[in-house]
Design a protein. Structure first.
Length: 348
């Protein structure tokens, strides 16, 4: 009996998560697992009504869950990034979800905007450390608002934090057919990134079966555009990962198709689509739920329901290659449910 926390959140979050839950229910019937859900109201409306973000009591309850599924967070009534930082960022830090992992898998060549990438099988994973770098939130302002203002944001890296995400990345590379891991950083310019280089070289000695490369981030983005199929597993810092992952989501067909796992293996972890709340689409029934469905797929994989996860991955591939969907108008009403129906049909 899996204990799952649900945070539908804002904008299109509830609608896309609903489709993810329909698929989860079908998978549980077919693969014989059970789960109980705990709803959490975190998000813009709840915050504006109560001033609450993530109460300590809820946080303690969440620690005892098996997984968290998030729909989307963000609302134009609040400062951009506020809810993400104060809800997702807090969950990442308090639950020590030190890994952020996002697959970049091209399910249908028609979805890729890059001419050369077609036909070469784009299937990579981007991993980043998830609570350090500039996301640690250290820094501040001197003489704010004056012509002499100084603004500082510290990029924080610890040996322990760098080593544990690198070890996880080597394990992921070892588990994949190509056994290849690329460290992406900017150590030629950012001295602190040299800690990544040294730690990477040390840990690599324990994984002689994993082929490695280290690439500067500007070169990596260029190669991701020209030859994305070259990459297998990428590991990088929090900030650089945010940018690489956004590029990766476009290569696989758009943010509506991309999912994210924030992990601390063996304890409650968090799974979400990366598209954000998209307030203009809220309530239209036109949002693409594939990102939320792939978040469920990643959760099932992490929970060890590998047959259900594999079946769901295949069902998404079948759906995204369905001729009926080849020309969906972006604002087509009922598209959200239509995608959900097609994935359910493909599972069955
Ligand atoms: C993402 C987002 C977040 C990040 C923001 C909302 C904090 O850009 O999930 O990619 O930068 O990690
Ligand atoms: Mg981002």
């Amino acid at each position: 009996m899996y204990r799952l926390g649900l945070i539908p959140g804002d904008g299109i979050g509830p609608e896309v998560l609903e489709q993810g839950l329909r698929v989860l229910e079908e998978s549980s019937r077919r693969y014989g697992f059970s789960y109980r859900v705990h709803h959490y109201p975190f998000g813009a409306d709840h915050y504006l009504e109560t001033g609450e973000l993530v109460p300590d009591s809820d946080l303690e309850e969440i620690r005892n869950l098996d997984a968290l599924l998030v729909g989307a967070l963000g609302d134009p009534r609040l400062e951009r990034g506020f809810l993400e930082r104060e809800i997702l960022g807090r969950l990442h830090r308090e639950l020590d979800l030190f890994i952020n992992l996002r697959p970049v898998k091209l399910y249908s060549e028609d979805l890729c905007p890059l001419r050369e990438a077609n036909g070469h099988g784009v299937d990579l994973v981007i991993l980043r450390e998830n609570i350090g770098d500039a996301y640690a939130g250290l820094g501040g302002f001197l003489r704010q608002g004056t012509p002499d203002e100084v603004a500082i944001s510290e990029a924080v890296f610890t040996r322990r934090g760098v080593e544990r995400v690198l070890r996880y990345a080597f394990e992921v590379a070892r588990s994949r057919p190509r056994h290849h891991l690329t460290l992406v950083d900017k150590s030629s310019l950012v001295p602190a990134h040299e800690l990544w280089q040294r730690t990477f070289a040390e840990v690599a000695r324990e994984y002689p079966d994993v082929k490695t490369a280290t690439i500067e981030v500007d070169v990596a983005v260029a190669w991701l555009v020209r030859t994305p199929e070259w990459f297998d597993v990428i590991v990088t810092t929090t900030m650089l990962g945010d940018i690489l992952m956004a590029l990766g989501s476009q290569i696989q067909g758009g943010v509506g198709l991309a999912a994210s796992a924030s992990l601390n293996p063996g304890q409650v972890s968090l799974f979400e689509p990366i598209h954000g709340a998209a307030p203009k689409l809220a309530g239209t029934g036109a949002a693409n739920p594939i990102g939320a469905i792939l978040a469920v797929q990643m959760m099932l994989q992490e929970l060890g329901e590998v047959a259900a996860a594999s079946s769901l991955d295949t069902a998404v591939r079948t759906t995204l290659n369905n001729p009926d969907l080849k020309t969906p108008s972006p604002s087509e009403k009922g598209l959200t449910r239509k995608y959900g129906e097609l994935v359910l049909k493909a599972i069955r």
